[in-house]
Design a binder for this molecule. Structure first.
Ligand SMILES: [Zn+2]
Length: 238
């Protein structure tokens, strides 16, 4: 099959130009060279998120984190499942409506001692995806996919906080303080966040584990929660 770039057949281009195009389209070499940082995470099953949606969310989060060489190994447990020392604990909670601020809280991370815990506010994430918890229990593919993308962005965002506690929010991309971008368009990590994750990967390798590397860092305050604007960041809802 011919490789095409915006309708242009690469077969008819001079080789140096093809090489330049390939270099521009390829991920940074340093990112590709790094062995992946394997992160273990426990999804605490509360019966809130349908299993098919959870699986799609895991894929959505993986597609965001994999360019920064972060691979999350998930297992599913119950509320009384004990997290391992290296494990992130990810809990979907049901807390409808707005928080104290102007936006709806979607997710938060505790960087305190012990297992790092991530909370995902499932009803508010469903709202941000233009739907509801009740509708998602029997939703079709399109609606479920949008919710999975929103959930994946929230989970990936909070995992970055847990891995790089001192990294501030970004102006663009998944690490923005607000979920403001359309769910109909791909959204990734900004370059500074990618660099910070690659650096965390190197520190984990030197320290023996990500938990050991995090223990060497000065204590960091919990990041502000991720919120959605007053209107869902959605377009073209069915
Ligand atoms: Zn955040």
């Amino acid at each position: 099959m011919d490789a095409n770039f915006q309708g242009l057949s690469l077969r008819h281009l001079p080789f140096p130009l093809v090489a330049c195009l390939a270099a521009l389209l390829a991920p940074p070499a340093r990112a590709m060279d790094a062995a992946p940082l394997e992160v273990r995470a426990l999804w605490v099953e509360t019966g809130l998120v349908p299993p098919a949606l959870r699986v799609a969310m895991i894929h959505a989060a993986a597609s965001i984190l994999s360019p920064a060489r972060v691979v999350v190994r998930w297992r599913v447990g119950k509320a009384d499942t004990v997290s391992g020392p290296e494990e992130l604990r990810v809990v979907a909670i049901e807390q409808r409506g707005r928080g104290a601020g102007a936006g709806r809280i979607l997710g938060a991370t505790s960087n305190g001692p012990g297992s790092r815990t991530i909370w995902v506010n499932y009803p508010n994430v469903a709202w941000a995806a233009g739907t509801t918890v009740d509708a998602l229990s029997s939703a079709g593919f399109h609606e479920r996919r949008r919710a999975a993308i929103a959930l994946g962005r929230v989970v990936a965002h909070e995992i970055v906080h847990a891995l790089v506690p001192d990294l501030p929010h970004a102006d663009v991309g998944v690490m923005s303080e607000r979920l403001k971008d359309s769910l109909d368009r791909p959204l990734g990590l900004d370059p500074l966040t990618t660099e910070a994750l690659l650096a965390a990967n190197r520190r984990a390798r030197e320290a023996g584990s990500i938990q050991a590397a995090l223990a060497l860092l000065p204590p960091a305050a919990d990041p502000p929660p991720l919120v959605a604007d007053s209107e869902p960041p959605s377009e073209g809802l069915p």
